[in-house]
Unconditional design. Structure first.
Length: 69
């Protein structure tokens, strides 16, 4: 797991599912109830947070002082 990358990479996904083909990985993820999305190339995309139970929090955005008054 990489702190800079919130997504599983291909080797991690193959190790998790035990499957090489993207269609089989998707099938396995659905059966296991692990949330994922399918990207434009048809590959499943899984967040590490979906496996670890930790919610990824976004950094607080910029707020102009003019709006604070």
């Amino acid at each position: 797991m990489s702190d800079s990358n919130p997504f599983l990479d291909d080797p991690d996904l193959k190790r998790l599912t035990g499957r090489q083909q993207k269609s089989r990985q998707i099938e396995w993820l659905r059966e296991a109830g692990i949330p994922f999305r399918v990207n434009a190339t048809g590959h499943p995309v899984v967040l590490w947070a979906a496996l670890t139970g930790k919610n990824a929090t976004a950094k607080e955005g910029w707020h102009p002082r003019a709006l604070e008054a």
